[in-house]
Design a protein around this ligand. Structure first.
Ligand SMILES: [Mg+2]
Length: 116
């Protein structure tokens, strides 16, 4: 099984290509599918207390793992379709977030940057 990002991206590309699913992979469709998968992840936690959500049983943890993977795979797919380097994008956004949320104003609170 592929364990590095490039191998996973290639296996994912081949998976879709072999099934002739590329025609369905418009950015719009992938963005919608990504949202659905994120909602499936949310659904697992729905109605749990915060404490319960922090210590899921093994079956629930396995379900969480699979939904996280679904979200990740759609992120990789939309990145490929739009020719965006996902690691560059994440690095760039982390740097922007550090500017939006300066340590002296953000430490210990969850206030949105527009209200800092
Ligand atoms: Mg799913």
């Amino acid at each position: 099984m592929p364990q590095d990002l490039d191998s996973i991206k290639e296996a994912l590309r081949k998976f879709a290509h072999d099934r002739q699913w590329d025609k369905y992979h418009s950015p719009k469709n992938i963005a919608m599918a990504l949202t659905v998968e994120a909602a499936e992840l949310q659904e697992i936690f729905q109605w749990m207390s915060e404490e319960e959500s922090a210590s899921p049983d093994s079956d629930t943890l396995q379900a969480i793992k699979h939904e996280i993977a679904d979200v990740f795979l759609y992120l990789l797919t939309i990145s490929r379709v739009l020719n965006i380097d996902i690691l560059d994008a994440a690095t760039e956004k982390l740097a922007l977030n550090a500017i939006k949320y300066p340590l002296d104003k953000s430490r210990g609170n969850a206030t949105k940057y527009t209200k800092l």
